[in-house]
Design a protein around this ligand. Structure first.
Ligand SMILES: Cc1cc2nc3c(=O)[nH]c(=O)nc-3n(C[C@H](O)[C@H](O)[C@H](O)COP(=O)(O)O)c2cc1C
Length: 245
């Protein structure tokens, strides 16, 4: 039921097509399937009409079928292209959300969000991160010591870094930004939360079982937004310098 509400009533209605997100494997399968179908049709129809070459496309007997098949493929291709464009829209729409309805988040969506953190850029590709996903309401309630509004998040992702990497803060920041954008693309709101957690890092690490040598960089509360704040951004012409500052 909750799943249906989230899916059918996303907080960003214009991103409804985010349900069409295909994994890389699915995209590969679609392209492979298209190639095999094309070759089969080409071979079967070409052989039947006695011309295993491009001229049989002009044969009126087969043109209708080929046009239908082509349109099917075009639709699939367009859908895949649309999904790729969505990243730009999600970057545009992302806001730091601090107000949630309290609805839970499906595990599969949380996995997608963490996966996008895992895929972030990192210095020397060290990937010095781990992600602790907290969905237990009692533990989330404990995390509210870092910020009272966290209690209504559907989940909180604790971003853990290994400071052995020289660039651990930059690496962690890249992972957090990826996750914020993915959460937006999936119709959720999320927050980059630093706040008061650094002074209470040790207590939170103990609560979440994080090893002493690791750093708790950030908490990322995620949920169905109750309110999406608007913020002023510096205009592009103020920040974009072509060739020289
Ligand atoms: C390093 C860093 C630390 C932040 N810490 C907090 C925080 O502790 N609490 C909070 O509510 N927002 C925090 N934010 C979110 C910013 O306040 C927010 O990104 C900024 O106001 C711009 O809004 P936007 O994210 O909606 O564009 C942090 C963001 C960054 C990058």
């Amino acid at each position: 039921m909750i799943n249906w509400i989230i899916r059918e009533n996303p907080p960003y209605p214009h991103l409804q097509c985010s349900n069409l997100v295909f994994s890389e494997e699915v995209q590969d399968s679609i392209v492979g399937f298209m190639a095999i179908t094309w070759l089969t049709l080409w071979f079967v129809f070409g052989k039947k009409s006695g011309t295993f070459n491009s001229s049989f496309i002009l044969d009126s007997k087969h043109r209708g079928t080929l046009v239908l098949v082509e349109w099917f493929f075009r639709l699939v291709f367009l859908t895949v292209r649309e999904v790729k464009m969505e990243a730009l829209e999600a970057i545009r729409q992302r806001r730091n959300v601090r107000s949630f309805t309290g609805a839970p988040i499906p595990r599969s969506d949380l996995e997608k969000i963490v996966d996008s953190g895992r895929l972030a850029a990192s210095g020397s590709n060290r990937q010095p991160w781990d992600f602790v996903v907290v969905t237990d309401r009692k533990v989330i309630a404990c995390l509210k010591v870092a910020g009272p509004w966290i209690e209504k998040a559907g989940a909180v992702i604790a971003v853990v870094l290994d400071p052995y990497s020289h660039w651990w803060l930059q690496d962690g920041s890249a992972a957090v930004q990826n996750m914020l954008v993915s959460a937006t693309a999936l119709g959720y709101g999320a927050c980059w939360f630093e706040g008061d957690i650094l002074p209470m890092e040790d207590e939170l690490k103990t609560l979440l079982g994080i090893p002493p040598g690791k750093r708790l960089m950030t908490l990322v509360p995620i949920g169905v937004p109750a309110e999406i704040p608007q913020v002023e951004k510096r205009p592009l012409e103020n920040v974009l310098h072509w060739e020289k500052y």
